[in-house]
Design a protein around this ligand. Structure first.
Ligand SMILES: [Zn+2]
Length: 435
């Protein structure tokens, strides 16, 4: 059993103690002492860090047998040239020797602020609305309490006000030890989970809870309690809160982002949301206008491309067999089908829109390739042209890789691994009769 000095004096920062056991685990030492001011992870509160002798305390564990295990590491070597190999290494602590301990006080005091703030906030919520705190977690950046039911924003604000009233009244926070029998007669906020001697934290005339954690001596030490966020959680609600130094830290970071936003938007802080809404609406309008412009532009480009088309004679095997048999493909028979072959810097939708715009007029067959590699490809033809676009595309993917498909009127694909010129040349060979 380790004597827990923080039980009676949570403000104790330095102490000395006798080493009881030493174990090695890789390059770490695990040491137990006859007494300690180091708080082990328990009850939602993280462990203390600090130093024991020349070692850094990197974890503190509450063991089932009542002892507290300190996990020690050699401190990082000092900067500069390495010490000569003859220099004496820090001796490992041995059972029976004494070690001086120092806890990292800013870390511990932060935990005391958050933990005491939690007692006060949970009690305020319980008093005002009868809502129980189901669990508490003190995290590295934020702390949370899980409530048995969801509260409204108005209720949360009322509980926050009441909790801060208790903070500003600077009430004493006393530590009392009672037997389980005595505890049964006391108005504890929560049923204690263990028997034997109980440690109670008594916020004067406000809250009485069994707790093994570390707390500030007066509520004024909490500084301020601020609820930062809330969300539905397991049929109840999870509240995120910040006390003391953490609340100040959050205020600073919010201040910095608000200041930057105000500068960017040229509005007052309270006008930021409305200003962002306006920007979003503007962006939507611009997107719509841009789409209309793109449509107009592709029509324009389609006409431009169509004007450069060459008259070609179609290869018989590029045509749709049925269409040829029925004599439908008269334009190709006369050799006045217009062919557009082009590599264009556009995405799949852009290529397709352009090809469709060209083939909306009679007499065209279009092969458009993206300038990217692997390339995208679109093959399309006007309704009066007897070429199977999907067959042309299949021939291209068979030659250059990639995949794709479509209908006789329009087919598209991607992943063609060749230069645009090579693909366009192959497409021409598929479509045009040289004879
Ligand atoms: Zn506590």
């Amino acid at each position: 059993m380790t004597d827990r000095l923080y039980y009676t004096d949570p403000y104790l920062r330095t102490f000395d103690a006798q080493v009881e056991t030493v174990e090695r685990s890789d390059d770490r030492l695990i040491v137990t002492l006859d007494r300690t001011a180091f708080y082990p992870t328990s009850g939602g509160q993280p462990f203390d860090t600090g130093t024991l002798g020349d070692f850094a305390v990197v974890d503190v564990i509450d063991r089932d047998n009542g002892s507290i295990a300190h996990v020690l590491e050699h401190p990082a070597p000092a900067p500069g040239p390495p010490a000569p190999s003859t220099a004496p290494r820090t001796p490992h602590p041995a059972p029976g020797t004494r070690l001086a301990g120092t806890i990292d006080w800013p870390r511990r005091f932060d935990h005391m602020q958050q933990h005491t703030g939690q007692h006060v906030l949970s009690a305020a919520i319980d008093h005002l609305f009868g809502v129980r705190t189901v669990s508490f977690h003190l995290g590295a950046a934020v702390s949370t309490i899980d409530l048995a039911r969801e509260m409204t924003p108005k209720e949360i604000a009322a509980a926050e006000d009441d909790a801060n009233r208790i903070v500003w009244e600077d009430r004493p926070v006393a530590i009392r030890f009672v037997t389980a029998e005595e505890a049964a007669t006391l108005p504890l906020r929560k049923e204690p989970v263990r028997g034997g001697t109980l440690r109670l934290i008594d916020v004067e005339h406000f809250d009485l809870s069994a707790c093994g954690g570390t707390h500030v001596a007066r509520t004024g030490g909490i500084g301020v309690i601020a609820v930062a966020a809330w969300e539905r959680f397991k049929g109840g609600q999870r509240l995120e809160f910040l006390c003391g130094g953490r609340a100040l830290g959050r205020f600073r970071s919010l201040r910095d982002s608000v200041t930057a936003s105000v500068r960017l938007l040229s509005v007052l802080p309270e006008e930021i949301p409305a200003s962002l809404e306006r920007l979003q609406a503007d962006a939507k309008d611009q997107k719509r206008a841009m789409a209309a412009l793109q449509t107009a532009l592709s029509r324009f480009r389609a006409e431009e491309l169509a004007a450069t088309a060459k008259d070609v004679r179609l290869k018989p095997d590029a045509t749709e067999p049925k269409v040829v048999e029925s004599g439908f493909s008269r334009t190709s028979a006369r050799g006045d089908t217009k062919l557009v072959l082009r590599a264009i810097d556009a995405d799949a939708n852009g290529l397709k829109a352009l090809a469709s715009a060209i083939t909306a007029k009679p007499g065209f067959i279009v092969v458009l390739i993206s300038t990217s590699r692997p390339a995208l490809a679109v093959v399309a033809r006007s309704s009066d042209v007897g070429v199977a676009a999907n067959q042309v595309l299949t021939a291209l993917t068979a030659t250059f890789g990639g995949r794709g498909g479509g209908k006789p009127e329009l087919a598209q694909g991607g992943g063609l691994d060749a230069s645009p010129d090579a693909i366009l040349e192959a497409a021409r060979a598929q479509i045009v009769s040289d004879s």
